[in-house]
Design a protein around this ligand. Structure first.
Ligand code: GCW
Length: 694
């Protein structure tokens, strides 16, 4: 029997194949024996001072982690508060100090102590402690930490029929037909993963919302999910369809100022609380892309949001009202729409309302200047909405690590004094609520996210939502250590690949600040020639404005005044094409093809150099990846190797599409040394056409 056990342990030790389902919470045996010893001689037991269900949960997580990482089972003991000796232990206990979700950990070479004011703080502290061991950090340290933003949220765009809008990792994780009687154990894994990075809120359904989610039938199901998530500190929000009073309640109208409508929402809100007493609140997409909203009744966004807030008046929940709105106006600039619609409402929102703004003014493009609403709404708390799912960022076939993109927005200065992150956090205007949301990239795929590296984007989002001051490199390093390897050369190589991945992606898709040139509807691959769609601002030509003279969208007065929405400091940074950050150039300037840039190249040459460099860099990524063969888990390795091949093919697709299309405008030759592709524009157009076949 014993021999068999040793055999299995050895297999576990040597085997590499891993389906990725455990995410970054792998807890595999630390390979270096000396390293294991450092921990196992310091931590011989877990001591729980306050025996509550929440603390037991933390202690069990810690036990599971240590058992896996160190290879021996560490016992848990429950002791009274006046414990005298905590030698060789990890002590978990409540304290009166600190903030609600914060924690402190002190460790030396004899013991460690994790403390918090709350059970959830202790769970966060426990995960932070485990993370340290997964990163092979020293036993001697002091750490006090608490989240900067209060609501750290995933927005799922999951539909009632099990599909996921813009989901690239299978179908919905919520198995509606089975709920609530059958609880998929994966829900617990999902809750653990979120808690380990501090995510404390989840909106479970698509913002293009079905009223179905407000029926008793579905509220029972949502309660099933909420009950699983609650012990992990995660609150559930519901995205609502604004027309529900009419469609579901049978009322004549859904006018937010109508008494019967207001009563309907109040009753519905009370009913939701019967199922989910700690209901997080509502997330609303209204009067946007065909969704109903208060404007259908001549009312404002504030009227709509405030009505829902009134229904939550006596509750803890909040209303998160999205600012992603725009009108189909060929002469307008979608960049300014949300700003213009919401600006007059600043100061008129109920105190329970937060307005959720996408990171950039258009729509989650790979690189956008920060949304001008941040910094211009001193009387309204603004939530940040990032997209973790990679609608415009290679979906599930391109390796693109998004932390640098999240950071670029968060670290942007709105004026001489404040950053976007500080606006969101509420430090600038002193708001009691703060929210940061990420559109989730999770699905039914075994590894949760499709592309194995997309796990890192979920991880990075959570870590930055907790503490936006962390660096992208540090997060990549942590994640790699926890997920793939402790070998320094391997870790460095992977962190390097991750760090370079977004700049590479941008080179072959949207260099120099080009934006919105993807395939119509499916948003996959390039379609810069798209000139007719359901709306002018769904085309590509609306954005790149290429003509015989030049390219780019002059938002500095000539094509729109959007740049004037920013502070003077920001305008001064971007209003001159000679000094504007090249990454944002085409966002604000229309320049002649022959305009000389600070790089010494003309606009045409610089664009082409970048378009042609992109796919070459993907090839370099492949060679770098090949060198990791045998050094990391084989399943992860093969999965990524395959996707890198697709990425290479698609990088050439982007390059060729953009070169072949734009050259007919510029009529210029490729810069020296670059070789034209052999295929024609018609050839690349045909690739995109496939995606519209039934
Ligand atoms: O980017 C667009 C997507 C839509 C999405 C919308 C939004 C949920 O293409 O699929 O709808 O944004 O954010 O509301």
């Amino acid at each position: 029997m014993k021999r068999l056990f040793v055999f299995f342990m050895l297999c576990n030790f040597l085997s590499f194949a891993d389906d990725g389902s455990r995410l970054w919470l792998k807890y595999d045996l630390i390979k270096s024996e000396s390293q294991r010893k450092v921990y196992s001689k310091t931590y011989k037991k877990i001591v729980v001072l306050n025996q509550t269900p929440g603390i037991e949960l933390a202690a069990k997580e810690l036990q599971e982690a240590l058992t896996g990482l160190l290879g021996t089972k560490i016992p848990i003991s429950y002791e009274s508060n006046n414990v005298t000796s905590s030698k060789k232990s990890i002590v978990l206990g409540l304290t009166d100090l600190g903030s609600e979700e914060g924690f402190s950990i002190a460790g030396d070479n004899k013991s460690a102590r994790i403390e918090s004011k709350s059970e959830i703080g202790l769970l966060y502290g426990t995960f932070a402690f485990i993370r340290r061991i997964q990163n092979l950090e020293s036993t001697t340290f002091q750490l006090t930490d608490s989240p900067k933003v209060k609501v750290r949220m995933l927005n799922h765009w999951d539909n009632a029929d099990g599909t996921v809008e813009r989901g690239y990792a299978g179908s919905s994780m919520w198995k509606w037909p089975e709920l609530p009687e059958t609880i998929d154990p994966r829900l617990i894994q999902y809750a653990r993963a979120n808690a380990s990075i501090g995510i404390n809120a989840v909106s479970i359904n698509n913002v293009n919302a079905s009223s179905r989610f407000l029926t008793p039938e579905y509220l029972r199901k949502i309660k099933g999910v909420a009950d699983v998530l609650r012990p992990y500190g995660i609150k559930v929000f519901i995205s609502v369809n604004f027309k529900s009073p009419k469609t579901l309640g049978g009322l004549e109208t859904s006018d937010p100022l109508d008494e019967s409508v207001r009563n309907w929402w109040l009753k519905k809100t009370n009913e939701i609380h019967d199922y989910i007493p700690d209901f997080g609140g509502y997330l609303v997409k209204a009067n946007s892309e065909g969704e109903p909203g208060p404007q259908d009744y001549g009312r404002t966004h504030a009227d709509g949001a405030n009505m829902l807030a009134a229904a939550l008046e006596k509750r803890d929940g909040i209303v998160i009202w999205r600012a992603f709105v725009y009108n189909a106006d060929i002469n307008g600039d979608r960049f300014q729409e949300a700003f213009n619609q919401f600006k007059p409402l600043d100061g008129s929102f109920h105190e329970k309302v937060v307005v959720q703004v996408k990171n950039g003014p258009i729509d989650f493009m790979p690189r956008e200047p920060f949304h001008p609403m941040f910094g211009a709404f001193p009387k309204t708390p603004l939530a940040m909405e990032f997209q973790i799912t990679q609608e415009y960022l290679g979906q599930s076939t391109h390796l693109t690590y998004l932390a640098p993109m999240f950071k670029e927005t968060l670290d942007s200065k709105i004026d001489a004094n404040y950053t976007v992150a500080e606006v969101v956090e509420g430090t600038k205007d002193k708001f009691p609520i703060s929210v940061i949301a990420g559109v989730a990239n999770t699905g039914s795929d075994v590894n949760w996210t499709g592309h194995p590296f997309n796990q890192a984007n979920w991880y990075a989002f959570g870590r930055l939502a907790w503490d936006y001051s962390l660096s992208s490199e540090q997060i990549a390093k942590e994640w790699t250590n926890m997920t793939l390897s402790h070998e320094p050369s391997v870790v460095n190589s992977i962190v390097d690949l991750m760090t370079e991945s977004l700049p590479t992606y941008i080179k072959y898709t949207y260099p120099l600040g080009l934006h919105h040139m993807m395939g119509e509807g499916h948003h996959y691959g390039p379609q810069p020639w798209l000139e007719k769609s359901g709306r002018p601002d769904w085309t590509s030509v609306y954005y790149h404005r290429a003509d015989a003279k030049g390219i780019g969208f002059d938002r500095n007065g000539k094509m729109s005044n959007a740049l004037s929405l920013y502070s003077k400091e920001v305008q001064n940074k971007w209003n001159n094409p000679a000094t504007c950050d090249l990454n944002y150039l085409m966002w604000f300037h229309h320049l002649d093809w022959t305009y000389k840039l600070s790089t010494g190249n003309t606009v045409w040459d610089e664009l082409m150099i970048r378009y042609f460099q992109g796919p070459e860099e993907v090839k370099a990524m492949q060679s770098q990846w090949e060198k990791l063969k045998g050094k990391i888990d084989s399943e992860f390795f093969d999965n990524v190797a395959g996707r890198l091949k697709t990425q290479e093919r698609e990088a050439y697709w982007w390059r060729d599409a953009c070169y072949l299309y734009f050259k007919d405008f510029s009529k210029l030759p490729l810069p020296n040394g670059l070789k034209a592709p052999s295929r024609t524009l018609e050839d690349v157009k045909n690739i995109e056409r496939i995606y519209h076949l039934r």
